[in-house]
Design a binder for this molecule. Structure first.
Ligand code: EPZ
Length: 443
């Protein structure tokens, strides 16, 4: 086994492991009130790239994935694949993986850094008919069980055992079956990915009802089809998989990151003069652009670009997060930052992760007027936010605090900033190129 892992992304904060040393305690210092203008390009889609990389475990042959974003979560996934025995080579945005001989156990030490590591369960079970992976622990955005994933694996004939913090899967053979993956909060994205990756090598036909329709699921299905899988209906609520005996290597390019693009759209709406986001797929962002339009922001939507010419004036709106194609929960916090200075009363209801409001108390420290009623936050727009030291709690909450900092009067300091490097590639450089004044300093 040879491992040629490039250095972790220059800016990725390693979790306090001996290899990478303690987390660098960094903070962002943002000078507010500077208008944004210019062009920005989103990176490859994090939530598409993670299951795509895991899917390379389904074949012994080399796979090449392009447009892989430079993020700490990607780095953790590559560490896990190397630990399982895959040869991993990375050169800027391209990753080559060859999983010739693999192990089927991923330890807590690696898995605890990133919940999404759970998506190696499906490919390991599909290929090796067994897997032992540490159960994901708690998450600040809310309760995140994997019961639907396990329901899918059991439907294919796997025995499931939870023991000593691990989920153990075993099957003498996997047989196609019908399974419904919708739960209390709708469909599950990684659950759909996981069951799909187990079903492609099962005997016979699997029908996944209540499947997630996210573009990230479609990107995974397209890659699996390039590897020789037989899949129909990706992007709809019903996916049909005809199992095959084996899969071969393939080459694929990750779709653009719609949530990063959406974050820049919100930044442009709240602090922009004239900002263009290029190399994206506007059809992945309809719920977001519809919300910005109804909030009175002027958008010019091109074939692969969106231009925001902010007129500064916005209207209050109601947002309800839903599984795709509904309004994405991963854009909820950023929209709260926009609505904090939008004149009038707005409401934001979180239907996917009802407790996902860690950003609200920090934004109130900056003068936002907002109060929570169950899974709804009611926001009364204020004229101006004021800068304050605030703390990031999770990936999208960090993005919301950056947006609030761009707007606030004075200098905002955001600590625990490593969260943002998990999902945004050099967001400070990209915003500074649009005219922002953001500095990354030691805490
Ligand atoms: C994916 O997480 C994304 N992560 C999340 O993005 C995103 O917020 C989420 O989908 C929803 O869009 C990645 O793709 C790596 P779910 P996932 O299973 O798949 C409940 C970000 O900021 N549920 O679709 O883990 C669950 O608790 C991250 O980039 C069950 O009840 O989310 C939630 O309420 C954060 N049982 C709802 O379903 C299950 O077995 C949707 O979760 C699985 C999920």
């Amino acid at each position: 086994m040879t491992v040629t892992l490039a250095q972790p992304p220059a800016r990725s904060p390693a979790v306090a492991t001996s290899e990478w040393g303690p987390e660098p305690m960094e903070k962002f210092v943002i000078e507010g009130g500077v208008p944004l203008s210019g062009t920005v390009v989103p990176a490859g889609n994090k939530n598409a790239a993670l299951p795509l990389l895991a899917a390379t475990l389904l074949t012994r042959e080399p796979c090449v994935i392009h447009h892989v974003p430079d993020l700490s979560d990607i780095h953790y996934m590559l560490q896990i694949l190397s630990h399982l025995g895959a040869q991993v080579e990375r050169a800027s945005g391209t990753v080559q993986i060859k999983a010739e001989n693999i192990k089927t156990t991923a330890p807590y030490e690696l898995v605890r850094k990133m919940r999404a590591s759970v998506c190696i369960l499906g490919p390991l079970l599909g290929r090796e008919k067994e897997a032992t992976v540490s159960l994901p622990g708690g998450c600040v955005i809310g309760d995140r069980p994997i019961d639907l994933h396990l329901r899918g694996f059991e439907a294919l004939g796997a025995a499931v055992r939870i023991h000593a913090g691990d989920v153990k899967l075993f099957a003498s053979r996997l047989v196609g079956n019908r399974v419904n993956l919708s739960g209390k909060f709708g469909s599950t994205v990684l659950g759909t990915d996981n069951v799909l990756m187990a079903a492609v090598l099962a005997e016979g036909t699997t029908v996944i009802d209540g499947a997630a329709e996210e573009p990230e699921v479609v990107d995974l299905a397209n890659f699996l089809i390039k590897m020789g899988a037989k899949i129909e209906g990706a992007g709809t609520h019903r996916i049909v998989v005809e199992g095959v005996a084996e899969l071969h290597g393939a080459e694929h390019s990750v779709i653009p990151d719609r949530i990063e693009a959406g974050t820049f759209l919100a930044a442009a709406a709240l602090a922009g003069d004239d900002v263009q986001i290029t190399r994206l797929d506007p059809s992945h962002l309809v719920a977001v652009t519809d919300a910005l339009n109804s909030a009175g922001h002027h958008l010019e939507i091109g074939e692969s670009s969106i231009r925001v010419k902010s007129n500064g004036a916005g209207r209050p709106i109601e947002i309800r997060t839903e599984p795709y194609p509904g309004f994405p929960t991963d854009m909820q916090a950023q929209m709260c930052a926009l609505l904090a200075t939008t004149d009038g009363l707005s409401t934001v209801t979180e239907n996917v992760f009802p407790q996902r409001f860690m950003h609200i108390s920090e934004m109130k420290r900056m003068g936002a007027q907002a109060h929570l009623e169950g899974a709804t936050v009611i926001i009364r727009g204020v004229d101006q936010l004021s800068a304050a030291p605030v703390m990031a709690s999770d990936l999208r909450a960090s993005a919301a605090l950056v947006l609030a900092g761009l707007l606030a009067e004075g200098v905002t300091e955001i600590s625990r900033f490593y969260h943002i490097d998990r999902g945004y590639e050099s967001i400070d450089d990209k915003l500074n190129n649009l005219g922002a004044q953001i500095e990354r300093t030691k805490a």
